[in-house]
Design a protein around this ligand. Sequence first.
Ligand SMILES: *Cc1c(COP(=O)(O)O)cnc(C)c1O
Length: 484
Amino acid sequence: MSKTIFEYSSSGRKGVTLPRRDIDTPLEKMIPAEQLRQKPARLPEVSELDAMRHYIGLSHKNHFIEKGLYPLGSCTMKYNPKLHEALVRHSCFNNLHPYQPECTLQGSLEILYDLQEALAEISGMHKVTLQPVAGAQGEFTGIKIVAAYHKAKGNHHKTRIIIPDSAHGTNPATCALVGFEPVELKSNSRGRCDLDHLRSIVDDRTAGFMLTNPNTLGLFEDQIEEIAEIIHSVDGLIYMDGANLNALLGIVQPGKIGFDVMHFNLHKTFTTPHGGGGPGCGPVGVVEKLAPFLPVPMIGKNEDGYFFDYAHAETSIGKVHTFYGNFAIQLRAYIYIMTLGAEGLRRVSENAVINANYLMALLKDHFHIQYPEYCMHEFVADSSWQKKEYGVSTLDIAKRLLDKGYHAPTVYFPLIVPEAMMVEPTETESKQSLDAFAAAMIEIAQECREHPELLHDAPLNTPVRRVDDVRAVKVLDPVFPIQE
Ligand SMILES: *Cc1c(COP(=O)(O)O)cnc(C)c1O
């Protein structure tokens, strides 16, 4: 491995030469003494080229979608068009100030208005707010709206929200945060909601139901109409966790099949680079009867143009974020929707579903698949065969994949599949790249049979070997030995 940047350091070597300062006051006069550094920072002195090599080298130690397939189920790690990244950085947009008068923001407001409308059309919902800045915050906003609806109707006895056992952890967390009690619903042998169990737990206390569709097993919840009937019969509301919308674009409108409120994850379905937990956007769509509770402001339009609309401030749940949310992500989603159009969006979902089914077919003889029906945009395989026969766990397999240049799938989730590996290839991978990934997985299955001890030691050629996950979150100073 190459030398570190400190070994390249040589006293007096510089990357850039700045123009001479044209103010005479010495720094010591401008900055209070106690804030001045006593000793020079221990920085390497290197050329620009060496500095660039250092950072480029570091970036390659990480995994990113431009480096290799990133099949992280439920996260939709798809390719983000570079043209869109360039457009978002245009000075028209990044010189805006949120306190500018509306009349100077008409173009940007038009984009936000059109995005609200486009998302409403895609989801079949009546109105959409763009304010929330994450899927989880969208959930919070949506469930606050459920609470506001019941409060307005005097439904004070409604304290519970039903959530399937395959749900993402943010769903019960959201309910608890808003003050509801989450109640767990069992899945049936088909990996869908168990309706007999649902009937037995629904009662007058049921405020709502949160469902991810397709669910986290990658299966379409095909009993949604019966579920809607059961929940609506007690005046409960149905929330859709829209994190898996990548499977439904142009095919299913959630607002037309029984859902009352939902969130979108723009950073998943509508492209924004989001590895590492970077900024997100979680718009929320609602049916007509819930529109009065949406956050303010909405983006409105009248004969004078576009404006921040506070008309329903009295009934609104209020604001959920400063200003108007994450504009640059809203903008990426708008560009994505406009460049693809209705036809293109539908093809996104069709290809995402075809890719997932193709990959599942390639892997099904090598890894156990608990729910082997055709999947939507992702599927859940598991390592139960490898665990039982060779003592190799999903963690071992995930680590070995890193050696082969791939990001691991989502592991040990959903919780109802032991040793789960949740794979979402997305529509942006070619047949060749899916074949290569399947070949790597099949090679690993063979290694499990022939050298299980190798798997316990993996990863063997990454810069950092197995980290102690518990220690890593508690001790932020990285003390892990870096492999040179
Ligand atoms: C990603 C995800 C969430 C949370 O969304 P964030 O944008 O990460 O806050 C919720 N539910 C499901 C099913 C998800 O995949």
